[in-house]
Design a binder for this molecule. Structure first.
Ligand code: GDP
Ligand code: MG
Length: 180
């Protein structure tokens, strides 16, 4: 049997409280969604194995433990991150405006060797709400932000309807892998 290389990739998920970070992870890893809001308790990660080409990849996805408002995620949270997913809610302008802060905070805390090429991804979540009629951030506005911050890949997702969730995390894995 051919030798397989197993790669562990640490993914950090950041964004304002309530945008759907925990829900996206639950949908991706456990295929579950709940409308009940539970602030995440305790520093936590979940893992998911996936095959990319001839590589077996373990995604280790780190969730913020409800300290989003205090921006007091410890150094251990950021240490050794291979990729950072920035999540906002398409229906909440402030959560989009916060992307700048989260992006900056990540670069400051994780301090990657090459900030310009570090793999980020942006997810505009809750695209299902009102069939998209209540969205306040246009696709163009989001795409422009991504383009001007180093051509970050952009996905519109719904953790509720399991829309684009696998695709987004696969792109996260591939982007991080390419940067190894
Ligand atoms: P977090 O604070 O970023 O981890 O956000 P949560 O994952 O806890 O989600 C906050 C609330 O938004 C919960 O009530 C979820 O059920 C809801 N939610 C999350 N993702 C979606 C989505 O894609 N669509 C809809 N309609 N609601 C969502
Ligand atoms: Mg959460």
């Amino acid at each position: 049997m051919a030798t397989r290389r197993r790669t562990l990739l640490k993914v950090i998920v950041l964004g304002d409280s309530g945008v759907g970070k925990t829900s996206l992870m639950n949908q991706y890893v456990h295929n579950k969604f709940s409308l009940q809001y539970k602030a995440t308790i305790g520093a936590d990660f979940v893992t998911k194995e996936l095959q990319i080409g001839d590589k077996l990849v373990t995604l280790q996805i780190w969730d913020t433990a409800g300290q989003e408002r205090f921006q007091s995620l410890g150094a251990a949270f950021y240490r050794g991150a291979d990729c950072c997913a920035l999540v906002y809610d398409l229906n909440v302008a402030k959560s989009f405006d916060s992307l700048d802060n989260w992006h900056e905070e990540f670069l400051k805390q994780a301090n990657p060797s090459d900030p310009k090429t570090f793999p980020f991804i942006v997810l505009g979540n809750k695209v299902d709400i009102d069939g998209g009629r209540s969205r306040v951030v246009s696709e163009k506005k989001a795409a422009d932000w991504c383009a001007s911050n180093g051509n970050i890949p952009y996905f519109e997702t719904s953790a509720k309807e399991d829309y684009n969730v696998d695709e987004a995390f696969l792109t996260i894995a591939k982007t991080a892998l390419a940067n190894e």
